[in-house]
Ligand binder design. Structure first.
Ligand code: C2E
Ligand code: CA
Ligand code: CA
Ligand code: CA
Length: 274
């Protein structure tokens, strides 16, 4: 045990020093990852359940670390959020992904946005800049926001979302069903899309409760005039179930894993992009 500067006692488990050291090292590396061009954006198709046609793609970040290899966003996004690095990294993702999607002949681009970004002064300007630099029409950009973004600082957050909507950008509520106040949030603010979390889709073929919940979310979406997207669709059985229940949009390994921009352009049948 060791007393830190604040006078409070901290117990280190065995291996804790090692973990801390790794975190510090990773954070230092992350600081330079953008300029060293180690970050890459992959794209995962979003399709219409009725036609299977590709409507657009979600941008998903990857970090190719020079010595540690591929690091997934579930590892480094939390680090980036704790250190504030998510602000420059998030701005880079917006700039880069909008540039890429500019040539997508009408298809949409979805970009994940961290709660830290939404609360940062200047976020709306960052989005405006990415649109202006790329020439991507605002209505083709969708920002995916999780519940956590809504929890703190309500009035300010709602004002930011309103300003984004007046730019013409669309808003999706990500990971729906995993938070604590999803319904309250939907009541307070108009989203364009609800993304139903993968955990509800996984059991939809054999668990009556999962089906009942999914049905309720789709009914709610249609009552509120909000599109529903089912995340994590992996097989045909799930797709036909979703189609039968009236879920408009789906995303998952069945239609494609996250892939490079070049691969996405081929799969979407786009010609001569850039
Ligand atoms: P998310 O926004 O919920 O993204 C969906 C995750 O589910 C992705 O993981 C995707 O690869 C995975 N996935 C998609 N379809 C399937 C499927 O059919 N089966 C299974 N098992 N998984 C599927 P990924 O790419 O590892 O991203 C994890 C999370 O990291 C994302 O969850 C998102 O919250 C965050 N993230 C990714 N890119 C960014 C970014 O640019 N900015 C921010 N702030 N967060 C990001
Ligand atoms: Ca997402
Ligand atoms: Ca999600
Ligand atoms: Ca997630």
């Amino acid at each position: 045990a060791k007393a830190d500067g604040g006078g409070c006692l901290r117990v280190f488990e065995p291996g804790m020093d090692e973990k801390l050291r790794t975190r510090r090292a990773l954070t230092a590396d992350l600081r330079q990852a953008v300029e060293r061009q180690e970050l890459t954006i992959l794209f995962q198709p979003q399709v219409s359940t009725a036609t299977r046609r590709i409507k657009g793609a979600e941008a998903l970040l990857r970090w190719y670390h020079p010595t540690r290899g591929l690091i997934g966003p579930d590892t480094f996004i939390p680090l980036a959020e704790e250190t504030g690095l998510i602000v420059p990294i998030g701005a880079w993702v917006l700039e880069e992904a909008c540039q890429i999607a500019r040539g997508w002949q009408g298809l949409n681009l979805a970009v994940n946005v961290s709660p830290i970004q939404v609360r940062q002064v200047g976020f709306v300007a960052t989005v405006e800049r990415a649109l202006a630099h790329s020439g991507l029409p605002p209505e083709r950009l969708e920002l995916e926001i999780t519940e956590a973004a809504m929890l703190a600082n309500t009035a300010d957050t709602l004002a930011v979302l309103s300003r984004l909507r007046s730019l013409g950008v669309r808003l999706a509520m990500d990971d729906f069903g995993t938070g604590y106040s999803s319904l309250a949030t939907l009541q307070r603010f108009r989203f364009d899309k609800i993304k139903v979390d993968r955990s509800f889709i996984r059991h939809v073929e054999n668990d009556p409760k999962a089906i009942a919940l999914l049905r309720a979310v789709i009914a709610m979406g249609s009552a509120l005039d909000v599109i529903t997207n089912a995340e994590g669709v992996e097989d045909e059985g799930q797709l036909s179930m979703l189609r039968a229940e009236g879920c408009e949009e789906a995303q998952g390994f069945l239609f494609g894993r996250p892939m490079s921009a070049a691969e996405f352009q081929v799969q979407a049948g786009l010609q001569d992009v850039q």
